[in-house]
Design a protein around this ligand. Structure first.
Ligand code: FE2
Length: 555
């Protein structure tokens, strides 16, 4: 279990902002030891209260001078069976933080905080934008909690979070939501508001939490969102921090974070559109882009409730990790950006009628070359090891781009979007032959495409005589829109892609309920992405039967 080995203890010097590690992360992180990455942090006068004590005493809030500091809300994430990451970031009246701060964090069994499970102090270092990653340990497995932060006279909103069922246990069904792509300019976050109201254990975020674009560029052909920011394309640490601040000011997004723990990965827009490792489509100088990428990584870490050390410039930042819902579901969160080889360019460009090229090329020799890698060797070997040694009924990949394959235009050679797994055709084939299978119970979650699908995955998607090796659910975008000009092409494209069993260009999210016998996914679509008060409806339901890869039924 990736997040089971916790090395940060409560009640010593307060919860450090950093220093956690995971025993089952990739090789680069496996031997990492907790480090005090914030040497400038103010030593705290923490109480030694732990959850093993019969009485937990509420600590005094440290002094704080300034306006309400919890304007970006609170969040939780990366739970394991006895702990969870609790996040906030203190926003002071100055844009660039200069002071190390300390806050109190409380965890309770009840919303009134009468029945405390933990109360202590935690650092909010200036070096990390006064962000907080508190990890109270010793919580009960498979349990819900309430949490909050306090600074001076200020008290944050109260969030709800939960721990996971114990490792190896036979847990209750897992109910979780998943989505991706929330371009702030493209639309409102009514999807998050509806998600906040649902009864779900977890939420899985599949990338594009922010978009780096300048104003008026929502990344899509259509633009009807009505929200425009005034900051230019983001390239610096301050810029990324401000962009996260803008997104996190949205009340619906904050409400959804309050509702449950999130498990997040990134895609391209947390740094730059369609980047691959240290190459960028902008043609930016490699060294300059490396600095930009590190700034994006640091700001991501500062704003996400994730259980990992912050990035170190010049070193791999390992964010791929697994979590276990007992022995029912093992979820493996992937990083399809940091370690990938550039998208193949040897295939002839394919122009889509009335639309243009949009990066579509003929499936090529380079794409078929297994050395063309989206995950990189270390991550792929880690994934294959995680799945092949897993005792879970279902293994799930938290993945960015669609794996089911899509021939974008009928012709003798498949026309592929090279940024997706189709551009990494050979690696996909080998990987699915290793970890997939007709009875492997492998389910792939994806996002990125600003539309949704339910699909059968084959090792070669364009050879329908091959066995189905896995099942895919591609979640709709929260707010990023599917280009109007592509909507008209959808019937033509789907006619030549029978592996895609259902497709929708609408915004929204998906939810899944998983039992040992079956997997049910519901597609929730919103009526009007420009309307914060839009209605939502379940517009399709898909089932997968245990032991039989692929979509079993659609209704
Ligand atoms: Fe996106």
């Amino acid at each position: 279990m990736a997040l089971s080995r916790r090395e940060l203890l409560l009640g010593t010097v307060g919860l450090a902002a950093t220093g956690c590690t995971s025993g089952d992360q990739g090789a680069d992180a496996a031997d990492a030891t907790p480090t005090d990455a914030t040497p400038d942090a103010t030593p705290t006068d923490a109480t030694t209260t732990t959850t093993t004590e019969p009485e937990v005493v509420l600590v005094d809030a440290p002094p704080y001078e300034g306006d309400f500091p919890f304007q970006l809300g609170v969040a939780s994430g990366d739970p394991d069976a006895d702990s969870v990451v609790l996040w906030t970031r203190l926003i002071s009246n100055v844009e660039t933080p200069t002071s190390n701060l300390v806050v109190a964090v409380d965890v309770a069994h009840d919303a009134a905080f009468d029945d405390l499970a933990y109360s202590g102090l935690v650092d909010a270092p200036a070096a990390y934008a006064n962000s907080v990653h508190a990890i109270p340990e010793g919580l009960e497995s498979n349990s819900w909690y309430h949490y909050r932060f306090r600074a001076g006279e200020h008290v944050s909103a109260t969030g709800r979070t939960r721990t996971l069922p114990a490792r190896g246990s036979n847990p209750p069904p897992l109910r979780f939501g998943f989505s991706s792509c929330q371009n702030w300019e493209s639309g409102a976050y009514s999807a998050h508001r509806h998600l906040a109201d649902l009864d779900l254990d977890l939420f899985v975020w599949l990338g594009d939490y922010i978009y780096e674009y300048g104003p008026g560029n929502n990344g899509d052909v259509s633009s009807a969102g009505g929200r425009v920011h005034d900051s230019p394309e983001v390239t610096t640490l301050d810029g990324y921090r401000q962009r996260y601040g803008l997104y996190k000011s949205d009340p619906s997004l904050q409400a959804h974070h309050l509702a449950r723990p999130w498990i997040v990965t990134w895609d391209d827009h947390e740094v730059d559109n369609n980047h691959a490792a240290n190459t960028t489509e902008d043609g930016q100088d490699t060294d300059a882009f490396a600095l930009r990428r590190n700034a994006g990584y640091q700001a991501w870490w500062e704003h996400m409730p994730v259980r990992m050390d912050p990035p170190v410039r010049g070193e791999d930042f390992v964010i791929y990790r697994s979590i276990e819902w007992g022995d029912l579901v093992h979820l493996h969160m992937l990083d399809g950006r940091q370690f990938r080889t550039p998208q193949p360019t040897d295939g002839d460009p394919v122009a889509l009628p009335g639309v243009g090229n949009l990066g579509v090329r003929q499936l090529s020799n380079d794409a078929r070359n297994p050395a063309q890698s989206m995950l990189g060797t270390t991550q792929r070997q880690w994934l294959e090891r995680q799945v092949s040694t897993s005792s879970a009924q279902w293994n799930v990949l938290g993945n960015q781009v669609y794996m089911h394959g899509l021939n974008a235009f009928p012709g003798p050679v498949p026309a592929i979007n090279t940024d997706t797994w189709d551009g990494y055709f050979g690696e996909r084939q080998n990987m699915l032959d290793t970890i997939g299978g007709a009875d492997a119970n492998l389910v792939v979650l994806s996002g990125d495409f600003h539309s949704s699908s339910a699909a059968d995955i084959r090792s070669d998607p364009f050879d329908l005589s091959g066995p189905i090796m896995a099942t895919e659910f591609m979640a709709p975008a929260i707010s990023s829109t599917f280009p109007e000009t592509l909507r008209g092409l959808a019937p033509l494209v789907l006619a030549v892609n029978p592996q895609v069993r259902h497709f929708s260009p609408e915004n929204g999210f998906m939810t899944s309920e998983v039992t040992p016998e079956s997997w049910t996914t519901r597609l929730h679509t919103i009526d009007d992405v420009t309307n914060e008060d839009s209605n939502v409806a379940i517009t399709a339901t898909f089932t997968v039967e245990s032991g039989i890869a692929g979509i079993a039924a659609i209704r």
